[in-house]
Design a protein around this ligand. Structure first.
Ligand code: PLP
Length: 403
């Protein structure tokens, strides 16, 4: 028998009502809902083996350490990292990118460039601005086309011997564009640049293999992948991580400390100062296990077809304009409606129990490039169904009657 594609029952929150209506959750690009197994794993840790990791010789500490390191191995395997020592636990994508920007500071100076795109989330813009302020390097952004894709001609024109780092999103959170990262990584490496990929929106929807991509760093967040908030991961090539200075100082990241001098711990602990988010890491591992038990291929196909259905139905509503028209898209449907600000539509949809996000989606330069104040964004995940699409379309039609 074919496995059921309705997994919504695994997510307790999806059974609730909002404003008197069944919840239609279409904000998974902001954060995904959590399956019961993830919630249970976190509860189990606190109820059964709460202890600090790595530093004590008692049973609870050993259990907590084993559970956390097991989670690290699972998360590393999920993205094809060759070795769990290349997987640093962070607070999320934002911290992963800031970590790289902080640790690479000594490699940059006047005349060097960081290349990004106009499509980046603010977390993949501001850390590079700060790096440039510290070092005198320059930040350059390659253009996005009016249809919402990276302008590859402009990318190749801007990539050059001065480019020391290329930092790009794998998937746009605002539009859902899947960027041609493999081609861009190869081109950047040919110029001798390092490459960081912001994978926040990719890991749930694509099979990511950092070994095959060949990127130097890959940052992502557990909460966009059915895991808890406050935990994420940064992949980095071991040889490179070995060369970099530590990010923060404190316990755990050291091998030996005297007042005059400190030697650092081995990877990945050199980059994990202080008590880590142990419960979060364990919840992250549970989310990876959960994903591994799903008929992922079939679920992703269904999700893609829901996104296409949503686009084709919304397009037929008079006054609705889709934002972004491109070859490869996942999860996100961004649109505008004539005669009303996106925020008004967000409120009118919320009154019908439909959760979407409105505004600039932390991508102000992209909105500026497209000449719009923001969009209404419906973002899908593996637990959404055709009913969610029907409710969205009916909800937009109803909202239009009010404005
Ligand atoms: N990059 C992209 C593309 C995102 O969508 C997000 C979150 O929306 C981030 C980075 C930042 O992720 P976090 O807030 O989990 O650090």
């Amino acid at each position: 028998m074919a496995p059921s594609l309705d997994i919504s029952g695994d997510f307790p929150i999806l059974a609730r009502q909002v404003n008197g209506h069944p919840l239609t959750y279409l904000d998974s690009a902001a954060t995904t809902q959590k399956p019961r197994v993830v919630i249970d794993a976190i509860r189990h840790y606190y109820e059964r083996c709460n202890a600090n990791v790595h530093r004590a010789a008692h049973a609870l500490a050993e259990e907590a350490t084993a559970a956390m390191e097991d989670a690290r191995a699972k998360v590393a395997a999920l993205i094809g990292a060759g070795d769990a020592q290349e997987l640093i636990f962070t607070r999320g994508t934002t911290e992963g990118i800031n970590l790289v920007a902080a640790c690479l500071t000594g490699r940059f100076g006047p005349g060097d460039e960081v290349l990004i795109t106009e499509m980046e989330h603010h977390s993949n813009i501001v850390p590079w601005q700060l790096l440039c302020q510290r070092t005198g390097a320059a930040l350059t952004a390659c253009r996005v086309t009016p249809t919402g894709e990276i302008d590859l001609e402009d990318f190749h024109a801007k990539l050059g011997p001065r480019t020391k780092l290329l930092a790009i999103g794998h998937v746009s959170n605002a539009l859902g564009t899947v960027n041609p990262v493999a081609e861009m990584i190869d081109a950047a490496h040919r110029q001798g640049a390092l490459v960081l990929i912001d994978g926040a929106q990719a890991v749930q929807h694509l099979d990511v293999d950092v070994g095959r991509l060949g990127c130097d760093f890959y940052a992502f967040s557990a909460h966009k992948l059915f895991g808890p908030t406050g935990i994420g991961a940064l992949y980095g090539k071991a040889a490179l991580l070995e060369e970099l200075p530590p990010y923060q100082g404190g316990g755990e990241m050291i091998e030996h400390v005297s007042i005059e001098h400190t030697t650092y711990n081995q990877l990945p602990y050199k980059f994990e100062a202080g008590t880590p988010n142990i419960a979060g890491a364990i919840g992250f591992g549970a989310a990876v296990d959960y994903l591994g038990g799903l008929p992922l291929h079939a679920l992703r196909e269904r999700e893609a077809s829901l996104v296409n259905q949503a686009i084709s139905h919304l397009k037929q509503i008079p006054g609705v304009q889709m934002v972004g028209e491109f070859r490869e898209r996942v999860s996100v449907v961004s649109f505008l409606v004539d005669g009303g600000h996106p925020h008004d539509f967000g409120t009118l949809l919320d009154q019908q129990g439909i959760a979407v996000r409105t505004g600039h989606h932390c991508a102000m330069p992209l909105m500026e490039r497209l000449g719009i104040p923001g969009t209404i964004r419906a973002s899908f995940a593996l637990y959404n169904s055709a009913t969610d699409v029907e409710r969205l379309v009916a909800g937009v039609e109803k909202a239009i009657e009010f404005v």
